[in-house]
Design a protein around this ligand. Structure first.
Ligand SMILES: [Ca+2]
Length: 109
């Protein structure tokens, strides 16, 4: 991050977001980002954050990311640090129906 300290906060944030997206693209084209144990923890967090147990609204998705970040899972820490919840939500919500299913989350890993 030290190289970003010379830039304005908004530019640094933008560059961090771009970096996060590039990491997302890289992870999609390679192996899964989460180990089976981490996926199990993420699934537990998903069920905790979801009121209906089957999908997440954008507000529930934010809670889910915060739970994942607390468990140091995947990109959640970076999403939380950048406040990039909405960007992450729209990326994971593959069918753009305003809710993230577990399958959509898994597909985005
Ligand atoms: Ca969806």
């Amino acid at each position: 991050m030290s190289s970003l300290e010379f830039l304005s906060p908004s530019v640094a944030s933008l560059l961090s977001t771009v970096g996060a997206i590039l990491c997302l693209i890289a992870s999609v084209s390679s192996a899964a980002a989460l180990t089976p144990a981490e996926m199990s923890q993420a699934e537990s967090n998903f069920k905790e954050a979801s009121a209906n147990g089957s999908n997440l609204t954008s507000a529930e998705f934010k809670a889910f990311i915060d739970l994942n970040a607390a468990d140091n899972l995947g990109r959640a820490v970076k999403i939380q640090a950048n406040g990039a919840y909405n960007k992450a939500f729209s990326k994971v919500d593959a069918n753009q129906d305003g809710a993230v299913t577990w399958d959509e989350f898994v597909a985005a890993q």
